[in-house]
Ligand binder design. Sequence first.
Ligand code: BGC
Length: 461
Amino acid sequence: MADIVIDGDVKAQQGIRFNIFQLNQTYLGKDARLNIGPKGFTGEKYGGSTYWDTEAYCIPFYMATKNQQVARSLLKYRYNHLEKAIENAEKLGFTNGAALYPMVTMNGEECHNEWEITFEEIHRNGAMTFAIYNYLRYTGDYSYIPEMGLEVMIAIARFWHQRATFSTDKEKYVILGVTGPNEYENNINNNWYTNYLAKWCIEYCVENIEKVKSDYKADYDRIMEKANLDQKEIDQMMVVAEKMFFPYSEKHQVYLQQDGFLDKELITVENLDKSQRPINQKWSWDRILRSPYIKQADTLQGFYMFEDHFTKEELERHFDFYEPFTVHESSLSPCVHSIQAAALDRMDQAYTFYLRTSRLDLDDYNKEVEEGLHITSMAGTWMSIVEGFGGLRVKNDRLSFTPRIPKEWKGYTFNVNFRQSILKVNVSQEGTTFSLEGDKDLLIYVDGKEFTISPNRLMSV
Ligand code: BGC
């Protein structure tokens, strides 16, 4: 079910199969006390703990290649940690049921030991809400939200409400003293990704409060009482969302990664002496933090998660602005860039990023495989084929594809389990075929056009 077959490129085939094998070895979804560590069980780095990697990178693989209960178990893991996340926020001075999920955890408690990560890399909180949205978008299983998800979303929205500060100078809400996904910046103000996610988490939470109120009244009453939430607090939260500040450069027509990004000495990675790389092994932290170099997708992470909120031109402008400063020194970076390069029809670049992610451990590119395999980035490798080359998205409750193929390959095939139907997709240089297991037709979009796929009949597009 999870296999991807690549025709005409043995190294790429070996790479993706090695990745899929490791993902299947790491997590089965049978026990909601368990999760996926960035190194799985293959090495001691990261201590076997759970990171935002699960919500931001792993959920799609498990949703599409397993029964939906598997992804649901990953969500439930965070629901079971909600009380601890509220306690964690209380330790930092938050009140009234606001939750801050830990950056790193085993049992719900924060297990990381650096303040610039634990107190400041708070974007991970937003990934928890995003995963609930992503799960619903893919599976259509709304039941998770009244049962568990809404409580998590409320506690997270409360956190953002309390964490934002009203700037009388800007007449906007700002979020100060954070670390974005790009850990080569610490203690910055108005990280665009964090601000965007905060606003969205509040809005998405309120949208779901309304839905649960109208469609699941008993759950609504139970949740509102338990959370002790009233309309006044909801209205105040919405003011924060509506008045969120986003740093923007008129000159470059891009959102700025954070306040003051343009003050840096903007020398692209291409113009950086190769002997200086990887900068995390060659430079002091002081030098890294002052540099313009971006460890992994940061602003672009937001463009990946909220692709539909932006036009292709906006994506292109932001990709062209930020990628040249990105050193991809986190294994989580190339997959997002591969998916975006494919969406921008830059297949050579997409393929280069794909190779970097798929054989990272087999070829030990970073000379660090003794620390363990990059399990969570392996889920990103799967995404770069299925979402990147295959162009899989979910639009209006349907699967949508924009198939592309690297010129180096003759063809590739993958399967996805979508709402009790198993769809096999084969993309070749000649075209795309779909075949369906199950007993009901499936409506899909291919390159924006609607097609009906019937069970056990090959459909060529
Ligand atoms: C990345 C984080 C990630 C962690 C575990 C770090 O290098 O910057 O985003 O959560 O590794 O994979």
